[in-house]
Design a protein around this ligand. Structure first.
Ligand code: ZN
Length: 274
């Protein structure tokens, strides 16, 4: 039976990584889930327009394409390549029918974080016009500081807000991911600031496990860790976000399990903890 309560739930394809995107679409639609976020790897060997049509025909919304970014590098050639690559991601999102590209902004351990941040500002500014022209929004996603070495020099929502203020284009906003931001004592205030600027474009959930055994691939199902997910979701809602809540769980151990009962657990956790 389709549960109308799941229309606000979106699942990121990386969550069920063992499934080909065709299987994920079928399973999410069967469960009555409202939306899907597409990891670019899931499109390998497929036409984005074909996949986009298949998603919409199944009754799902395409929430975003994940991910662009990685603008920071001490090497200027790599920075130019990153901008070219991001323009092709924006085109891919446009063809897929995704209204949003999530940006993991990048960092290079060979240079100071301030340099990486300046390059990120330059990179996002360089692609924002083309994104706006194609009707694709860009969300800067701050990452937990444990990734500040090589994945993102944007580690707090305050930094993301500051960068959006500098870029000052309505198509550039933020993705709020509880996994990356729950520790920040200024989070509630910065969520309010996002709300005032109407720039919350995405909301991602998973949970923080203790101990965390792997920096990349040991996220938990909502309710299995220590993040006050519902409280943060309510802050985000009060700040005006009314889009779908996106489940994004990178987990080697959960990928090794049978994906169908795992999806049922995700749905149950969404109902009880989000
Ligand atoms: Zn995320």
């Amino acid at each position: 039976m389709i549960d109308p309560g799941l229309s606000r739930l979106c699942i990121h394809t990386i969550t069920n990584k063992p499934w080909a995107i065709e299987t994920a679409i079928e399973e999410y639609a069967r469960a009555g889930i409202g939306g899907i976020t597409v990891w670019r790897d899931a499109l390998d060997g497929r036409g984005p327009a074909v996949v986009g049509k298949r998603i919409r025909d199944a009754g799902l919304a395409v929430v975003s394409l994940c991910r662009g970014g990685f603008f920071a590098s001490a090497n200027p050639v790599a920075r130019s390549e990153a901008i070219r690559e991001n323009l092709s991601v924006i085109l891919q999102a446009h063809e897929l029918g995704a209204p949003l590209v999530v940006l993991v902004c990048g960092a290079d351990p060979a240079q100071p974080l301030e340099d990486s941040r300046a390059q990120i500002l330059e990179g996002v500014s360089a692609i924002a016009g083309e994104a706006a022209r194609l009707g694709v929004r860009l969300a800067i996603e701050p990452l937990h500081p444990m990734y500040a070495d090589s994945r993102s020099a944007i580690n707090t929502l305050e930094q993301a807000n500051d960068m959006c203020d500098l870029i000052d284009i309505p198509e550039v906003g933020v993705a709020i991911d509880v996994y990356h931001l729950f520790w920040d004592p200024h989070l509630a205030r910065q969520i309010e600031r996002c709300g005032a600027a109407k720039r919350i474009f995405a909301f991602h959930v998973s949970d923080w496990l203790t101990p965390t055994r792997d920096l990349l691939n040991d996220r938990g199902i909502m309710g299995d860790g220590c993040i006050p997910i519902r409280a943060i979701r309510e802050q985000v809602a009060r700040a005006g976000f009314n889009g779908q809540t996106e489940v994004e769980i990178f987990s080697t151990s959960l990928w090794a399990t049978d994906q169908r009962p795992y999806l049922d657990r995700i749905i149950d956790a969404y109902r009880h903890h989000v």
